[in-house]
Every structure is written in structure tokens, then in C-alpha cells.
Design a protein around this ligand. Structure first.
Ligand SMILES: NC(=O)c1ccc[n+]([C@@H]2O[C@H](COP(=O)([O-])OP(=O)(O)OC[C@H]3O[C@@H](n4cnc5c(N)ncnc54)[C@H](OP(=O)(O)O)[C@@H]3O)[C@@H](O)[C@H]2O)c1
Length: 349
């Protein structure tokens, strides 16, 4: 606890400010809370780089604030692009992506023109239920869905990986980050998680970035970009692949029938930012309901689809205020649909 001596700190839960304040190294640091606290830090603190590791659309505002101040932003927060891709687009040269797939594409695109890109190839492990028959999806428990085969991650992204919504959100993130159409983004199932994504160019050449599945590698890449440095001792030796022992790298097409969240994300992306804001908000609420055992795993896609279908998604390029408003509307719609879904699940028991 004495390692970090922050100038300011922020905690999500207002009720825990006193607990954090009592930790020795935080004694002199003001402790803020919630979204307002994050924005204050992004706006007021004297920093060189903002590294965003927040989960959810709460990452958007501090990111915009830092970009507006001319800061360099390293971000893992895909929700920033899903909810405000059109707002961050003018600042793309200040951003280095940390999400491993986008970091891989960033590496493949160095020195290349967007016009040379035929398509982006986003790889996906397929999650823990890649081979499970769809008939069994109704019985998947939160504990089973929280066991990702290759990555250790936060709860929201782990459930999103199990439904493949995570890959859908990444498709939207890639659309804004790399300025390509949705028709130019393809998802490939690659269960080994060694190939982190790639780019197929118009001349037929394809570049992929490979490495062990360890988020410390893309984080270090982003921190030291455009330089590359030796891997930190904590990452070695796992960070270097033993090529001779790499027996197979396989690829397959995603099964949309089993994982409809992926096509929902493409559909929302083509409709525009208002639809992706609704999708993201609904997903945050509905995933939490699954984790709280209010709904079954196989209800997630249908509930998401209902929210998107009933939200007004006509606004083309919403301002930040409108993004927050659309987010709120979609959250309350999701909660309404959840209460009827919860009633029906209890009625069946
Ligand atoms: N984990 C990965 O390997 C990975 C890989 C690629 C991309 N990503 C993306 O990175 C983002 C974070 O994912 P994660 O897996 O790291 O999630 P996580 O483990 O849930 O971490 C999110 C962090 O944000 C904090 N937070 C949320 N609201 C806050 C607030 N108002 N003030 C201060 N802190 C707040 C949380 O604090 P509490 O713990 O106190 O709630 C938590 O520490 C997501 O967008 C995800 O999609 C993650």
C-alpha cells in the first residue's frame, strides 16, 4: 500500500471513501468518488498520459477531457468507442489502444494507409461455450460463464466473452479506431489466443500480431510507443513464445446462431452511435442481471435486441449530453424488460 503515492484518487463507491482514506499511502491524497471524481482527476491533475482501465461507459467522459487537454490516452475501455466513437474520432492520433486485438491491429497498421486495408481480422477465443450445444445454454450458471479458457479479466468483460458480445463491442471499437466500414471487419474464432488479430491488405498480403495472452504486453507497448522495450521481469519468460512447441493455430467462422450477440453488435453499429449506446447500456444492465441470477444466460440476446428495437436511435451524431441521455433511457428500458423477464423466469420455477 505504500507503493503508490497518488496526488488524487477516485473510488466508484461513495460509501467506501473513508476506508480508502484510512490506507496509509492515501493519507494526503484527496479521495473522490464516482463519475464526477474521475472527470475531476482527468481535468485537474498534471499528468502526461491517461491510462484508462475502467469498465463501462464511465470511461468516456474522462477520456474526452484528457483528449481535449491534448494528453496522450492509452485505453482498454472499448465502451468509450462504442458510446462515443464519433466524439473521440478527431483525436485518434493521441490514442494508443490497449485492448489486445486493437493493439495487434495498431502494430500491423504502422506505416500503412487505410486505403491499403482490405479487411481487419479480429480474432476471438470463442469463450468457454464455443463447443457447448445451444440446447444447454439455458442452464449456464454465472460461475461457469466467469471461467474464461485463456484470459483472466473483470466480470463484465468475461460474461461478454461468453456471449461473444465482447467481440461485437470490439468490432464497433475497431470501426471507429481504424476508420474502416463494418463490411471490412471480420471475426475469426481462434481458440488458442496466440494470434491477437491482423490486417489483410488489398494486395493479398496479411499481417498478424502473435504473442502469449498476457495483457501486460499490450499495456507496455502502449506505454512505450513508438519505442519497444525489453519485457519487464514480471512478464518473462511467459511473454516469449516457444515457437517449436506451438503445435497448432486454428481458425473458424463464428457460429452466429449460437452467439447472436455478435450479429446484434454489427446491426447496431450499422444503425449508428445511438444504437450502439443503447446496446452498450442495455448490456451493462442485463449482464449484471445474469450475474445476480435474475435471468438465464440464453435470455441475454433477446433482451438486448428488445431494447435496441424500442429505443429511438435516429440521432446521427449525439453530443456528450445526448450520449448520457440515450444511455439513461436504454438502461431504464432494459430494467423494465428485465422485470417482466424475471417474473417469467420465477413463474417457470
Ligand atoms: N481485463 C482484461 O484483460 C481486458 C482486456 C482488454 C480490454 N479490457 C477492457 O478494459 C476495461 C476494464 O476491464 P477489466 O477487466 O479490467 O474490468 P474490472 O476488473 O472490472 O476493472 C474496472 C475497474 O474500474 C474501476 N472503476 C469503475 N468505476 C470507477 C469509478 N467511478 N472510480 C474509480 N474506479 C472505478 C473498478 O473499481 P472497483 O474494483 O472498485 O469496482 C475496477 O477497478 C473494459 O472496458 C474491458 O472491456 C480488459
Amino acid at each position: 500500500m505504500t507503493t503508490f503515492k497518488p496526488e488524487q484518487a477516485c473510488i466508484a463507491n461513495d460509501a467506501q471513501v473513508d476506508t480508502l482514506q484510512s490506507v496509509a499511502s492515501f493519507h494526503s491524497a484527496p479521495i473522490l468518488s464516482g463519475s464526477a471524481g474521475l472527470n475531476t482527476i482527468a481535468a485537474d491533475v498534471d499528468y502526461d498520459i491517461l491510462l484508462v482501465g475502467l469498465s463501462g461507459m464511465i470511461g468516456l467522459e474522462p477520456t474526452l477531457t484528457a483528449l481535449g487537454r491534448g494528453k496522450r490516452v492509452l485505453t482498454a475501455n472499448k465502451e468509450t468507442f462504442v458510446t462515443g466513437g464519433h466524439l473521440v474520432q478527431p483525436y485518434l492520433n493521441q490514442i494508443v489502444p490497449i485492448d489486445s486485438e486493437h493493439c495487434a491491429i495498431h502494430q500491423c497498421l504502422k506505416q500503412e494507409q487505410t486505403s491499403a486495408v482490405r479487411r481487419l481480422l479480429l480474432t476471438a477465443s470463442g469463450g468457454p461455450f464455443r463447443t457447448l450445444p445451444k440446447a444447454d445454454f439455458a442452464h449456464i450458471t454465472p460461475a461457469q460463464a466467469l471461467k474464461h479458457p485463456n484470459w483472466v479479466m473483470g466480470r463484465k468483460i468475461t460474461i461478454d466473452s461468453a456471449t461473444m458480445m465482447n467481440k461485437g463491442l470490439e468490432v464497433i471499437e475497431a470501426h471507429w479506431l481504424f476508420g474502416v466500414s463494418y463490411e471490412q471487419i471480420d471475426v475469426l474464432i481462434h481458440p488458442q489466443s496466440v494470434v491477437h488479430s491482423g490486417v489483410e491488405f488489398v494486395d493479398g498480403a496479411t499481417l498478424f500480431q502473435l504473442g502469449t495472452p498476457d495483457m501486460r504486453i499490450p499495456i507496455q507497448y502502449a506505454l512505450t510507443y513508438p519505442e519497444r522495450r525489453m519485457l519487464a521481469d514480471t512478464v518473462r519468460p511467459n511473454g516469449y513464445l516457444d515457437w517449436a512447441r506451438l503445435s497448432e493455430l486454428t481458425f473458424e467462422t463464428p457460429n452466429i446462431e449460437k452467439f447472436p450477440c455478435l450479429s446484434l453488435a454489427y446491426e447496431a453499429g450499422r444503425l449508428g452511435p445511438a444504437a450502439t449506446i443503447a446496446l452498450n447500456a442495455a448490456d451493462e444492465v442485463i449482464v449484471q442481471a445474469f450475474l445476480d441470477e435474475q435471468i438465464a444466460f440464453n435470455q441475454i440476446p433477446a433482451l438486448l435486441s428488445r431494447v435496441i428495437q424500442t429505443c429511438d436511435v435516429s440521432e446521427r451524431l449525439p453530443t456528450l449530453a445526448a450520449v448520457l441521455e440515450l444511455d439513461n433511457q436504454a438502461r431504464s428500458k432494459a430494467k423494465d424488460f428485465l422485470s417482466s423477464a424475471t417474473c417469467s423466469i420465477h413463474a417457470q420455477k
